[in-house]
Design a protein around this ligand. Sequence first.
Ligand code: NAD
Length: 499
Amino acid sequence: MTITNDIAVRRVQDATPLIDATDLPPAQHFINGSFEAGRASELITIVDPSTAEIIAHSPAGTVEDVDQAVAAAVAARAEWAQLVPKARSEVLHRIADRLAENADLLVRLESANTGKPFAVSQEDVDGTVDTFRFMAGALRATTTMAAGDYAENHLSVILREPLGVVGVITPWNYPLLMAAWKIAPILAAGNTLVIKPSEQTPLTTLKLAELVADLLPPGVLNVVTGYGPVVGARLAAHPAIDMIALTGSVNSGRAVARSAADTLKRVHLELGGKAPVVIFEDADLKAAAASLRVASFWNSGQECGAACRVLVHESVAAKFVDQLVAEVAGIVVGEPGAGDDVEIGPLVSEAHFNRVMGYLDRARQRGVRAAIGGGAIEGRGYFVAPTVLVDVPDGDECTRAEIFGPVVTVETFADAGEAVRRANDVPLGLSASVWTENARRSHNIASQLDAGTVWVNSHLVLANEVPWGGFKGSGYGRDLSIYALDDYRCVSRFLRRVG
Ligand code: NAD
């Protein structure tokens, strides 16, 4: 394993831990409105990745635990679905208020469980609150096509109805935010749900359930912790679940979709990304480099939309790499709480650290050069140096696989046709960006990129009003916006004979 010696991790000087025992949620499932130990014989250890120390435990849930939670969600669905939009909206607003009141606690818990700098966790919590507020408004504002006499002597009425019970499976990179992206529209649409957080990062999802327990009828929101192949797989297969929604890797998406096919339940998949960043010779290179300092390395690059694959015109490639390396050299790496200027933290776990190091070691063996970084940072925790890889051959593994770490590759192109062809030559299509001062070119290229989101002269900017989701292997279904709300309800119609 390569160690990068020219960078150090900023450590917390004050010995006060980020969280204490009173901050933790119960190490139990949340079923039918209260915490339950469940039937697990095993507890999963929860680790702070910036120190590698154990900070908590959670139950490795069983099939029976899932079945109990699903039964609670089924029992609660009729009452919740019958509430008028205004009533459900008011509950969502109260949830948003409760989470905002507890923002500091949620920030510390998220940072302790993921190693994120406080600034990153704060953005996650702000985004979580805004997601509940947006869905609280959107659910009252969306209406259907007007009723009318479309068939002779018949009045047609179009309704939006909840699906029923939704199973939700979330990843470790944005534990609270990804939970909110599902929970808020699912509840807004009138469904009940059972959510399984990542086995590595269940703390803020359980804390959310604890904080809002008195705001929701029992059974409307249930949390079962545990492993994907047990708890996640049971949710995907359960005959009483009407839709399974997963944010995670392509492999988990495949497993869930396969399993859901047996009961013909609906499937909603937000999977991986490998975002190309296409930089033309007329682009503002300085602005692009400054933007990528954030967009490539936010959350240590553990971000499905990360600007991880630069394709730059060959005439400006050397200049751009110099500017990018200068930006990356300034990135402050540290433990959460080591200062407001810390920009990136560790990777989430030892297993993921080893995976990212494997990509870096194999790339080096193939002759790929690190213009900066390229290895682990000495000391405790799972820190990897912010890295820019150059001299990358066309089609190399590091330009095609989702590394999901603080690693950017730089390739060059000769003309627009080559840029588009190579940008699209990956099985994923979540997001991309185009950098040019030419308005016509920005439209032309953006429309040719196979991605659910294309930014122009920007990258990784999201808003609750705008849908997020992928093309190709990045999945189907949309998070955020009224399109997500519609994904969690179905349209029905009845025709009444008149006259
Ligand atoms: P992962 O697929 O390993 O795990 C995601 C969730 O799926 C976890 O809760 C896990 O326990 C569960 N799971 C694993 N195997 C399962 C199975 N067989 N059946 C049911 N559930 C199973 O992903 P991860 O490593 O936690 O997260 C990183 C991945 O998530 C990356 O690929 C990233 O791009 C993706 N992601 C996508 C988005 C998006 O919006 N598209 C957002 C965040 C993360």
